[in-house]
Ligand binder design. Structure first.
Ligand SMILES: [Zn+2]
Ligand SMILES: [Zn+2]
Length: 156
């Protein structure tokens, strides 16, 4: 079994969530050391996938899901569009967040939203929401999952 290292995150309600291979799990029961996690889609999709962890290390895993992984979209190369708290359009792709720089007709130039903090010059061009051109490399690592989720709760 070749498993990714799990990532721990918080749910909207503040509960602990385990993210593994693009699937999200929440705590079903917990003893002093061992935690049993059920796939979040147990209720709506009848998914019986489950994971046991001991001190945050996966020790047992039944990962036959009844549905495709979801979380991958946040770090994939497919752009996801959202809006900032101020109502500006933002785009998340490959774990990076972009804001609109120039919009001309159908064509939009986006720059990395962490631009100022990191002096990052990474930019992208989209035409009708499809990425057509990349410019420059990022000077910093991608955002972590909880930062991305914060933006994506307002997903369009
Ligand atoms: Zn599942
Ligand atoms: Zn950047």
């Amino acid at each position: 079994m070749n498993l990714e290292v799990p990532i721990y995150d918080l749910s909207l309600k503040g509960g602990k969530v385990l993210v593994l291979d693009g699937f999200r799990y929440s705590i079903a029961c917990q003893s002093s050391r061992k935690t049993l996690w059920y796939c979040n889609r147990l209720a709506d999709r009848g998914c019986k996938a489950r994971i046991s962890t001991i001190e945050d290390v996966v020790v047992n895993c039944i990962n036959e899901h009844t549905h495709p992984p979801k979380q991958n979209i946040y770090v994939s190369d497919k752009p996801v569009f959202s809006v900032s708290p101020r109502g500006a359009r933002i785009m998340i792709m490959g774990g990076y967040k972009y804001t609109v720089h120039i919009q001309k007709g159908m064509k939009t130039r986006w720059f990395c939203a962490t631009h100022r903090n990191h002096r990052c010059n990474a930019a992208l061009y989209t035409v009708e929401d499809v990425v057509v051109k990349y410019g420059n490399q990022h000077s910093h690592p991608p955002l972590n999952l909880s930062e991305l989720y914060r933006y994506l709760y307002k997903r369009l």
